[in-house]
Write a new protein. Sequence first.
Length: 198
Amino acid sequence: MLHREPVLVTLVKLVDRIPVSGAPLPGKRGRPKVYADRLIVKALIIMVIRRLYTAYSLLAFLDQDTDLTRDLRAELTDDQGRFPSRRTWERRLQALPESLPGVIGSLGRHLVELLHPWAQAGRAVAVDSTALRAKGRVWHKKHRDAGIVPHSTIDTQAQWSKSGYHGWWYGWKIASGLCGCVGLDPVGSRIDPGQYRR
């Protein structure tokens, strides 16, 4: 009998095929990064697909003793066999939105180069937005209108939004778009405060 690799493991392995874009950034003050950004993106893919919203829930999922989690843990270790701690996951996942649009753009351009999906002048557009709840408490409309921030854990830049699946939620949206038109940037993405639209 043939052993088929789970689709989630295959998706995580595809992150290694994303080309690195641009020149490396100049070094920042403080301790250098021990784990590559690709490793953190792999964790993000697992979290999105399995609907895990915190580093703690990611680690609780990976602690399960199944074939899937063993394969995923192997993908989330570095070259020396080290696995990041909970605090490392929290810090690196929190800093990921700054570099994520570039990673998504690199992946889109790489896929267009590999697949040539519009070789015969075809055109296509795909748009997706994902809801991300803000950490901490929510900022109610009456307090927002009055300019009062009743608790320090409130994200004052997030917005309220409503969807058929999630209902009312307070947070952000990741909006991604893929345009297959010749001569245009094939992929773009951004993170916006959630907005209620009819």
